[in-house]
Ligand binder design. Structure first.
Ligand SMILES: [Zn+2]
Length: 297
Protein backbone atom coordinates (compact mmCIF):
# COMPACT_ATOMS: atom_id res chain seq x y z
CA UNK A 1 0.00 0.00 0.00
CA UNK A 2 1.39 3.36 -0.92
CA UNK A 3 1.84 5.93 1.75
CA UNK A 4 1.96 9.66 1.56
CA UNK A 5 3.96 12.26 3.32
CA UNK A 6 0.83 13.62 4.83
CA UNK A 7 2.33 16.41 6.83
CA UNK A 8 4.50 17.62 3.98
CA UNK A 9 1.43 17.82 1.78
CA UNK A 10 -0.52 19.53 4.47
CA UNK A 11 2.22 22.10 4.83
CA UNK A 12 1.99 22.84 1.14
CA UNK A 13 -1.62 23.72 1.55
CA UNK A 14 -0.63 26.47 3.93
CA UNK A 15 1.30 28.10 1.10
CA UNK A 16 -1.64 28.13 -1.23
CA UNK A 17 -3.69 31.27 -1.54
CA UNK A 18 -7.07 30.96 0.10
CA UNK A 19 -9.75 29.84 -2.27
CA UNK A 20 -12.08 32.58 -3.21
CA UNK A 21 -15.45 31.68 -1.92
CA UNK A 22 -18.08 31.16 -4.57
CA UNK A 23 -20.81 32.80 -2.62
CA UNK A 24 -23.67 35.07 -3.37
CA UNK A 25 -23.35 37.72 -0.68
CA UNK A 26 -27.03 38.55 -0.71
CA UNK A 27 -28.14 35.09 0.39
CA UNK A 28 -30.12 35.45 3.58
CA UNK A 29 -28.65 32.70 5.75
CA UNK A 30 -25.26 31.43 6.79
CA UNK A 31 -24.54 28.09 8.40
CA UNK A 32 -21.22 27.29 10.09
CA UNK A 33 -19.52 24.28 8.52
CA UNK A 34 -16.45 23.43 10.56
CA UNK A 35 -13.50 21.16 9.93
CA UNK A 36 -11.09 19.58 12.37
CA UNK A 37 -7.97 17.61 11.44
CA UNK A 38 -5.63 16.47 14.19
CA UNK A 39 -6.88 16.41 17.78
CA UNK A 40 -4.00 16.52 20.23
CA UNK A 41 -2.20 18.18 23.09
CA UNK A 42 -1.85 21.64 21.57
CA UNK A 43 -3.27 23.78 18.82
CA UNK A 44 -1.17 23.64 15.65
CA UNK A 45 -1.51 24.58 12.00
CA UNK A 46 -3.54 21.43 11.40
CA UNK A 47 -4.50 20.52 14.91
CA UNK A 48 -6.94 21.44 17.64
CA UNK A 49 -6.13 20.87 21.27
CA UNK A 50 -8.44 18.63 23.26
CA UNK A 51 -9.36 21.50 25.56
CA UNK A 52 -9.96 23.65 22.50
CA UNK A 53 -12.40 21.09 21.14
CA UNK A 54 -14.19 20.91 24.50
CA UNK A 55 -14.47 24.70 24.57
CA UNK A 56 -15.74 24.75 20.98
CA UNK A 57 -18.56 22.33 21.78
CA UNK A 58 -19.52 24.36 24.87
CA UNK A 59 -19.47 27.61 22.89
CA UNK A 60 -21.63 26.19 20.10
CA UNK A 61 -24.08 24.78 22.60
CA UNK A 62 -24.34 28.01 24.59
CA UNK A 63 -24.94 29.97 21.40
CA UNK A 64 -27.84 27.70 20.55
CA UNK A 65 -26.25 25.55 17.86
CA UNK A 66 -26.95 21.83 17.48
CA UNK A 67 -25.11 19.49 15.11
CA UNK A 68 -26.33 17.94 11.88
CA UNK A 69 -24.40 15.95 9.28
CA UNK A 70 -23.49 17.09 5.79
CA UNK A 71 -26.12 14.74 4.37
CA UNK A 72 -28.75 16.27 6.60
CA UNK A 73 -27.73 19.72 5.39
CA UNK A 74 -28.11 18.61 1.77
CA UNK A 75 -31.47 16.99 2.53
CA UNK A 76 -32.65 20.02 4.54
CA UNK A 77 -33.34 17.64 7.37
CA UNK A 78 -32.99 19.81 10.44
CA UNK A 79 -33.90 17.55 13.33
CA UNK A 80 -32.80 20.00 16.00
CA UNK A 81 -34.86 21.61 18.77
CA UNK A 82 -37.07 24.57 17.92
CA UNK A 83 -35.25 27.87 18.18
CA UNK A 84 -31.79 26.37 17.71
CA UNK A 85 -29.53 26.63 14.65
CA UNK A 86 -27.68 23.92 12.75
CA UNK A 87 -23.90 23.56 12.78
CA UNK A 88 -22.09 21.05 10.58
CA UNK A 89 -18.94 19.59 12.13
CA UNK A 90 -16.56 17.53 10.03
CA UNK A 91 -13.44 15.59 11.00
CA UNK A 92 -10.93 14.89 8.22
CA UNK A 93 -8.14 12.33 7.80
CA UNK A 94 -9.09 9.63 10.35
CA UNK A 95 -6.10 10.14 12.66
CA UNK A 96 -5.68 8.19 15.92
CA UNK A 97 -6.21 11.38 17.94
CA UNK A 98 -9.73 11.65 16.58
CA UNK A 99 -10.74 8.19 17.77
CA UNK A 100 -8.60 5.94 19.90
CA UNK A 101 -9.18 2.93 22.09
CA UNK A 102 -7.61 2.01 25.40
CA UNK A 103 -7.28 -1.73 26.02
CA UNK A 104 -7.74 -2.91 29.56
CA UNK A 105 -7.95 -6.57 30.50
CA UNK A 106 -8.85 -7.43 26.94
CA UNK A 107 -11.70 -4.90 26.82
CA UNK A 108 -11.67 -1.87 24.59
CA UNK A 109 -12.77 1.50 25.89
CA UNK A 110 -12.97 4.68 23.91
CA UNK A 111 -10.18 6.96 25.02
CA UNK A 112 -11.95 9.88 26.73
CA UNK A 113 -9.15 12.14 25.51
CA UNK A 114 -9.65 11.33 21.85
CA UNK A 115 -11.94 13.46 19.71
CA UNK A 116 -14.74 10.90 19.75
CA UNK A 117 -14.34 10.41 23.50
CA UNK A 118 -14.62 14.16 24.06
CA UNK A 119 -17.65 14.34 21.79
CA UNK A 120 -19.46 11.43 23.49
CA UNK A 121 -18.86 12.87 26.96
CA UNK A 122 -20.38 16.10 25.74
CA UNK A 123 -23.41 14.50 24.10
CA UNK A 124 -24.06 12.41 27.22
CA UNK A 125 -24.08 15.56 29.33
CA UNK A 126 -26.26 17.45 26.82
CA UNK A 127 -28.98 15.09 25.56
CA UNK A 128 -30.20 17.51 22.88
CA UNK A 129 -26.70 17.54 21.35
CA UNK A 130 -26.93 14.45 19.21
CA UNK A 131 -24.14 12.35 17.73
CA UNK A 132 -24.22 14.03 14.35
CA UNK A 133 -20.93 14.84 12.68
CA UNK A 134 -19.28 13.81 9.43
CA UNK A 135 -16.04 11.83 9.43
CA UNK A 136 -14.09 12.02 6.17
CA UNK A 137 -12.09 8.84 6.22
CA UNK A 138 -8.74 7.67 4.93
CA UNK A 139 -8.31 3.89 5.06
CA UNK A 140 -4.69 3.70 3.97
CA UNK A 141 -2.60 6.83 4.43
CA UNK A 142 0.62 7.04 6.41
CA UNK A 143 1.28 8.12 10.01
CA UNK A 144 -1.75 6.23 11.31
CA UNK A 145 -4.18 8.09 9.06
CA UNK A 146 -5.86 4.79 8.35
CA UNK A 147 -9.27 4.45 9.93
CA UNK A 148 -7.96 6.09 13.12
CA UNK A 149 -4.66 4.34 13.61
CA UNK A 150 -2.80 1.20 12.66
CA UNK A 151 0.51 -0.58 13.25
CA UNK A 152 0.65 0.43 16.91
CA UNK A 153 0.85 4.13 16.13
CA UNK A 154 -0.32 6.00 19.22
CA UNK A 155 -1.13 2.62 20.75
CA UNK A 156 -3.74 1.80 18.12
CA UNK A 157 -3.93 -1.68 16.66
CA UNK A 158 -4.62 -2.41 13.02
CA UNK A 159 -7.38 -4.87 13.93
CA UNK A 160 -9.38 -2.15 15.68
CA UNK A 161 -9.92 -0.09 12.58
CA UNK A 162 -13.12 -1.50 11.12
CA UNK A 163 -14.74 -1.64 14.54
CA UNK A 164 -14.20 2.10 14.94
CA UNK A 165 -15.78 2.88 11.60
CA UNK A 166 -18.73 0.63 12.39
CA UNK A 167 -19.18 2.28 15.77
CA UNK A 168 -19.40 5.72 14.19
CA UNK A 169 -22.07 4.59 11.74
CA UNK A 170 -24.08 2.91 14.49
CA UNK A 171 -24.00 6.07 16.60
CA UNK A 172 -25.49 8.10 13.75
CA UNK A 173 -22.34 9.86 12.61
CA UNK A 174 -21.91 10.17 8.87
CA UNK A 175 -19.09 8.37 7.02
CA UNK A 176 -17.54 10.41 4.23
CA UNK A 177 -14.94 9.40 1.67
CA UNK A 178 -11.60 11.23 1.51
CA UNK A 179 -9.86 8.86 -1.00
CA UNK A 180 -7.63 5.89 -0.24
CA UNK A 181 -4.47 7.70 0.87
CA UNK A 182 -5.11 11.40 0.45
CA UNK A 183 -3.99 11.62 -3.17
CA UNK A 184 -3.63 15.04 -4.74
CA UNK A 185 -6.30 14.45 -7.31
CA UNK A 186 -5.11 17.25 -9.64
CA UNK A 187 -1.91 15.29 -10.30
CA UNK A 188 -3.40 12.05 -11.54
CA UNK A 189 -5.05 10.53 -14.58
CA UNK A 190 -8.78 10.03 -14.72
CA UNK A 191 -8.23 6.32 -14.07
CA UNK A 192 -6.22 6.89 -10.91
CA UNK A 193 -8.67 9.49 -9.63
CA UNK A 194 -11.52 7.02 -9.92
CA UNK A 195 -9.43 4.26 -8.36
CA UNK A 196 -8.57 6.44 -5.36
CA UNK A 197 -12.20 7.29 -4.78
CA UNK A 198 -13.44 3.75 -5.38
CA UNK A 199 -10.87 2.16 -3.09
CA UNK A 200 -11.90 4.55 -0.34
CA UNK A 201 -15.49 3.42 -0.82
CA UNK A 202 -14.57 -0.26 -0.86
CA UNK A 203 -12.74 0.15 2.44
CA UNK A 204 -15.77 1.80 4.07
CA UNK A 205 -17.95 -0.97 2.66
CA UNK A 206 -15.69 -3.55 4.25
CA UNK A 207 -16.46 -1.97 7.64
CA UNK A 208 -20.16 -1.27 7.11
CA UNK A 209 -21.47 -3.42 4.28
CA UNK A 210 -23.91 -1.59 2.05
CA UNK A 211 -23.30 1.83 3.61
CA UNK A 212 -24.16 4.53 1.11
CA UNK A 213 -21.46 7.17 1.18
CA UNK A 214 -22.97 10.45 0.07
CA UNK A 215 -20.25 12.95 0.90
CA UNK A 216 -16.78 13.31 -0.56
CA UNK A 217 -14.05 15.55 0.80
CA UNK A 218 -11.37 16.65 -1.67
CA UNK A 219 -7.87 15.99 -0.27
CA UNK A 220 -6.25 19.40 0.25
CA UNK A 221 -9.26 20.87 -1.50
CA UNK A 222 -7.77 19.94 -4.88
CA UNK A 223 -10.14 19.09 -7.69
CA UNK A 224 -9.20 16.48 -10.28
CA UNK A 225 -8.49 17.95 -13.72
CA UNK A 226 -11.73 16.42 -14.82
CA UNK A 227 -13.93 18.01 -12.14
CA UNK A 228 -16.84 15.70 -12.84
CA UNK A 229 -14.88 12.73 -11.48
CA UNK A 230 -15.10 14.14 -7.97
CA UNK A 231 -18.83 13.72 -8.19
CA UNK A 232 -19.36 10.58 -10.19
CA UNK A 233 -17.21 7.83 -11.65
CA UNK A 234 -16.54 4.17 -12.01
CA UNK A 235 -13.68 1.77 -11.40
CA UNK A 236 -13.27 -1.97 -11.72
CA UNK A 237 -10.97 -3.85 -9.38
CA UNK A 238 -8.61 -5.76 -11.71
CA UNK A 239 -8.19 -8.56 -9.19
CA UNK A 240 -11.74 -9.28 -8.13
CA UNK A 241 -13.45 -7.89 -11.22
CA UNK A 242 -15.76 -6.00 -8.90
CA UNK A 243 -17.07 -2.78 -10.38
CA UNK A 244 -17.60 0.26 -8.18
CA UNK A 245 -19.75 3.14 -9.31
CA UNK A 246 -20.07 6.28 -7.27
CA UNK A 247 -22.15 9.40 -7.25
CA UNK A 248 -21.90 11.83 -4.35
CA UNK A 249 -24.48 14.31 -3.15
CA UNK A 250 -22.02 16.65 -1.48
CA UNK A 251 -18.44 17.76 -2.10
CA UNK A 252 -16.46 19.31 0.73
CA UNK A 253 -13.75 21.85 0.07
CA UNK A 254 -11.08 22.72 2.59
CA UNK A 255 -11.06 26.43 3.14
CA UNK A 256 -13.75 28.93 3.81
CA UNK A 257 -14.00 32.55 4.71
CA UNK A 258 -15.24 33.57 8.12
CA UNK A 259 -18.70 34.09 6.74
CA UNK A 260 -20.24 30.66 7.01
CA UNK A 261 -21.66 28.59 4.20
CA UNK A 262 -24.36 30.48 2.33
CA UNK A 263 -27.65 28.76 2.67
CA UNK A 264 -30.74 29.46 0.70
CA UNK A 265 -31.76 29.23 -2.95
CA UNK A 266 -28.13 29.40 -4.13
CA UNK A 267 -26.81 26.73 -1.78
CA UNK A 268 -24.37 24.55 -3.70
CA UNK A 269 -23.91 21.12 -2.09
CA UNK A 270 -21.21 20.33 -4.64
CA UNK A 271 -18.88 22.96 -3.25
CA UNK A 272 -19.29 23.30 0.48
CA UNK A 273 -16.57 25.44 2.01
CA UNK A 274 -15.54 24.82 5.56
CA UNK A 275 -13.86 26.78 8.30
CA UNK A 276 -10.97 25.15 10.14
CA UNK A 277 -11.33 25.92 13.81
CA UNK A 278 -8.15 27.52 15.12
CA UNK A 279 -7.43 29.88 17.97
CA UNK A 280 -10.53 31.88 18.79
CA UNK A 281 -11.91 32.00 15.26
CA UNK A 282 -15.05 30.04 16.10
CA UNK A 283 -16.27 32.90 18.28
CA UNK A 284 -15.51 35.34 15.47
CA UNK A 285 -17.32 33.15 12.96
CA UNK A 286 -20.43 32.89 15.12
CA UNK A 287 -20.42 36.66 15.71
CA UNK A 288 -20.23 37.29 11.96
CA UNK A 289 -22.99 34.82 11.20
CA UNK A 290 -25.32 36.13 13.89
CA UNK A 291 -27.22 38.62 11.67
CA UNK A 292 -27.65 35.88 9.02
CA UNK A 293 -28.29 33.05 11.38
CA UNK A 294 -30.55 30.22 10.25
CA UNK A 295 -33.25 28.90 12.52
CA UNK A 296 -35.30 26.24 10.74
CA UNK A 297 -38.11 26.48 13.28
ZN1 LIG B 1 -7.44 15.67 4.37
Amino acid sequence: MRGIRFFALAALLGARPALSQATAPDLPFRIPVLVYHLIGEKDSRWGRSRDGLRRDLELLYERGYRPITVSQLVDRQFDIPAGTSPVVITFDDASPGQFSYIEQNGLLEIDPNSGVGIWLAFSRAHPDWRDRATFCLLPGASAGHAFFGDKGIDGQKTEWRLRKVRFLAEQGFELCNHTLWHARLNKYSDAVVQEQVARGLLAIDSAVAGYRVRTFALPLGLWPTNHALALTGRWTDPHSGRAVEYRFDAILEVTGALSGTPYGPGFNPRSIHRTQVIGENLRTLLDEIEPHRFRPR
